[in-house]
Design a binder for this molecule. Structure first.
Ligand SMILES: [Fe+2]
Ligand SMILES: [Fe+2]
Length: 147
């Protein structure tokens, strides 16, 4: 039962990627009509919701971090560092959502928002890759029975 949690992480990340790429595509067209702006706002809000659920799952008492911690307790400082990145990533996305909801955005504002969104995706991907590396290490340690 516990083993499935590590693999659930891939499923959650797939959702994140699909929302991210849809939003990226939408924003790259610089939505200037209220309908396309609304679609961009909804996509960002959906990503906020997905990301919050993802972080809750990782931080849960028997969630992803607890799972990795039990397999590789020596990596506690790496886990703490990753956990501490969650609030900053959430705030970054929240800020983008707040900007997107402003009623009077120009084309250049949307382009700037798209650039900021790309920076957010890079930061999130780097965070996720670090988690992947940690899982790979934890599984090797677990299976190898080293220690
Ligand atoms: Fe995370
Ligand atoms: Fe994650």
């Amino acid at each position: 039962m516990e083993d499935t949690k590590i693999f659930d992480h891939h499923e959650l990340r797939r959702t994140l990627r699909s929302v991210s790429s849809g939003l990226d595509h939408l924003l790259s067209a610089a939505p200037t009509t209220s309908i396309s702006a609304m679609a961009a706002i909804r996509a960002i809000e959906r990503l906020e919701y997905t990301l919050a659920a993802h972080f809750r799952y990782e931080e849960a008492e028997r969630g992803f971090f607890a799972e990795v911690m039990s397999a590789a307790p020596e990596r506690v400082s790496d886990l703490d560092k990753l956990r501490s990145e969650h609030p900053a990533l959430s705030s970054q996305l929240q800020r983008l959502a707040e900007i997107a909801r402003r009623p009077d955005l120009s084309v250049s504002d949307w382009c700037s928002l798209a650039a900021d969104f790309e920076a957010f995706v890079r930061a999130l991907q780097s965070h996720e890759h670090a988690e992947d590396a940690l899982v790979a290490d934890a599984m090797v340690t677990d299976e190898g029975g080293s220690g």
